[in-house]
Design a protein around this ligand. Sequence first.
Ligand code: AP5
Length: 221
Amino acid sequence: MLGPPGSGKGTQGELISQRYRLPRISTGDILRRAVRDKTPLGLEAEAMMNRGVLVSDEIVLGIIRQRIAADDCRPGYVLDGFPRTVRQAEALETLETDRPERALELRVDLPELVKRLSARLVCSRCSAVYNLLVEPPRQAGVCDACGGPLIRRKDDEPQVIAERLNVYRKEAEPLREFYTSRNAYFAVDSQGSAQDVFGRVSAYLDGILTGVAGRTGEARG
Ligand code: AP5
């Protein structure tokens, strides 16, 4: 899943994971857990993440290589926030020779992205995502799922959001070209409610599974 910060990769990735029974692999979540647990990986990644720039391809590819080799990934998997660069996409192709990739990009306009990120809270224990405007927790500051404390991500500060958007703009076009050239790129309008967006996402995925979807195209709202 490709898309700018706040476009709903985590939200849609989770819905896909539940409906199609595929594990969701979020490099951002894995890195944030490593930062929280102060592992060597986390210590190396923390400064980059707090600045809103990309962690090195070596670190991220190490995470992906290990994770997609796990048994639960055998039927396939949803990658959320990976690949971020053409180099990562090329590396994925060499790691994944049996199962073809499909790239799904979520598109949202800038004011909506900023609005979503400014209202986001995440659980510091289980990584569940909330939104004070559209999906608030039942009890303020407490995760509905595990009771853990809800926090604001450090990279959701306005200056860091701006840097993350810059990084995305720079990397996105080459990635689009990469997957379009492989006839494997699809864009989905991610404006509207999460369920509306999921309607468009699942229509595309159902089309792939039944063999009727075009391999490249766009679903507008
Ligand atoms: P990562 O965690 O991947 O962050 P991101 O790409 O910036 O995306 P976000 O998690 O901010 O947003 P999202 O699109 O998942 O939206 P969400 O569903 O949460 O990466 C963080 C950092 O890790 C990077 O900056 C980098 O340093 C590093 N990193 C990660 N992967 C890397 C890689 N491959 N290579 C190198 N470095 C890497 O939704 C946002 C909010 O909106 C939520 O509150 C949600 O509830 C709400 N919302 C969702 N959908 C809707 C909707 N339809 N309507 C209204 N609100 C909605």
